[in-house]
Write a protein that binds this ligand. Structure first.
Ligand code: URA
Length: 195
């Protein structure tokens, strides 16, 4: 990471970046389809960032990340770690909702990459939790599955990166919740949090 900035400068630069994202026209189809961009939100000094895939219908309507059903589960996951939603930072690989929630396309991930890189450079979280395949593969530039990547730390600059299942997947696949909880406990143990 570049040298870290004082809190006031981080807030200013995050606001400037959010304004830039709001006017982004890099992806023709997404520009037409979105109601608005979803930049991300949270504590600019967060120790932990949760990194999702892309806004869904609720997020596109409200302009905030993870506010729908998957978001409610994510909030529970954050609280299970004895953290609070307002203490962490929440962002996505794509800032625009893909049509009918289809998967992000490679050129869209490329187009949006500089935004999440800038967010991580400003926040410099100690931990990044990648939620699902697209967050994991784009952050780590990996082709491996979540099943292969989960359960241990990876590195992104100075951040320790964990990969776990996306909350939308957990809503459909209750048996994976135990594995996601194992992943979060790896981070909690490293943070010195005991429940
Ligand atoms: N799913 C995501 O990956 N991100 C959101 O913001 C909402 C749902």
């Amino acid at each position: 990471y570049p040298p870290s900035l004082p809190i006031a400068d981080r807030e200013t630069q995050l606001a400037q970046l959010a304004a830039q994202v709001a006017g982004c026209v890099r992806c023709d189809e997404l520009v037409c389809y979105r109601k608005q961009t979803v930049f991300g939100e949270g504590n600019p000094q967060a120790r932990v960032a949760f990194f999702g895939e892309a806004p869904g219908a609720d997020e596109d309507r409200q302009g905030r990340p993870f506010v729908g059903r998957a978001g409610q589960l994510l909030t529970k996951m954050i609280e299970a770690c004895t953290l609070r939603r307002e203490d962490v930072y929440i962002l996505n690989t794509l800032k625009c909702r893909p049509p009918e929630n289809r998967n992000p396309l490679p050129h869209e991930l490329d187009n949006c990459r500089s935004y999440f890189e800038a967010q991580f450079n400003l926040i410099q979280p100690e931990y990044i939790v990648c939620l699902g395949l697209f967050a994991a593969q784009s952050l780590l530039r990996s082709k491996l599955s979540v099943g292969r990547l989960r359960g241990r730390f990876h590195a992104y600059h100075n951040s320790k990166v964990l990969v776990t299942y996306h909350p939308s997947y957990l809503l459909r696949t209750a048996s994976a919740k135990r594995l996601a909880w194992e992943d979060l406990q790896i981070m909690m143990a490293d943070m010195g949090i005991r429940r």
